[in-house]
Design a protein around this ligand. Structure first.
Ligand SMILES: Nc1ncnc2c1ncn2[C@@H]1O[C@H](COP(=O)(O)OP(=O)(O)OP(=O)(O)O)[C@@H](O)[C@H]1O
Ligand SMILES: [Mg+2]
Length: 219
């Protein structure tokens, strides 16, 4: 993915405009595992929406390589689930060519076992809905995952499951997470957003912390 002079300004009717970032240029290479960090309101979610095509940049462009298949997760992804469908049907819908065993295995990998696959979406907890959306995402043949706080509603066991699956994932990952264990385990590059700029740290999370001395702050 090639980012060229990328900028985003949100226009709000009564509050004026807010430039979240500008002048962002750079390459995201195949297989990069990138954390996007910054304080609340810095613009992490906005940046991920721009990368995933969920909102247009105000300036510049995002060029996507051939054969890149993007999957995007945010807290709003749960809203697109059909409340009347079961867990099984929801997974089957995104994997129509897979047999029952494959679908059940995928459900089980995301901790829906036995009869739980027959639960309807409107009977699921927030954490279960998150798990279901992640199952539909990670079961598909995607090679570029853009995940905005995927662990928010997950308990410790579910977080471990997701972490193990993401460690195995050989594609490109852009991740926002407040879970430092995730960041330490997964990423090899850090984008920090703040004061309208983005800084690219070409190293893992420890490297980012040592360069910035921000280890005392939640980022
Ligand atoms: N749809 C929108 N319309 C107008 N302004 C928005 C919109 N989405 C975000 N903003 C503004 O853009 C700024 C960055 O928000 P964003 O959600 O990207 O931050 P964030 O870094 O993800 O924060 P958090 O850590 O709280 O999730 C904020 O000032 C926010 O109010
Ligand atoms: Mg956010």
């Amino acid at each position: 993915m090639i980012l060229e002079n990328l900028g985003k300004t949100w226009e709000m009717e009564d509050l004026g405009s807010k430039t979240v970032f500008s002048g962002v240029s750079g390459h995201i290479q195949r297989g990069d595992k990138i954390a996007v960090v910054g304080v609340n309101g810095a613009g992490k979610s906005t940046f991920l929406k721009v990368l995933s095509g969920n909102t247009e940049p105000t300036r510049g462009s995002v060029k996507i390589g051939a054969n890149v298949a993007i999957g995007y997760f945010s807290q709003h992804s749960m809203d697109v689930l059909d409340p009347k469908k079961t867990v099984f049907d929801t997974v089957q819908e995104v994997l129509p060519l897979s047999n029952i065993g494959v679908i059940r295995n995928l459900c089980a990998a995301f901790l829906f076992s036995g009869d739980e696959v027959e639960k309807r979406v409107d009977q699921l907890s927030g954490g279960e809905k998150s798990r279901l959306v992640l199952a539909t995402l990670l079961g598909r043949p995607l090679n570029f995952l853009i995940l905005d706080e995927p662990t928010n509603h997950l308990d410790i066991q579910s977080r471990e499951v997701l972490l193990d699956i993401l460690k195995e994932f050989s594609g490109t990952l852009v991740l926002v997470s407040h879970d430092r264990y995730f960041l330490r385990s997964l990423v090899g590059r850090v984008f920090e957003i703040g004061q309208g700029r983005m800084t690219d740290y070409k190293g893992d999370y420890e490297y980012y912390l040592s360069k910035t001395g921000r280890d005392h702050r939640a980022v």
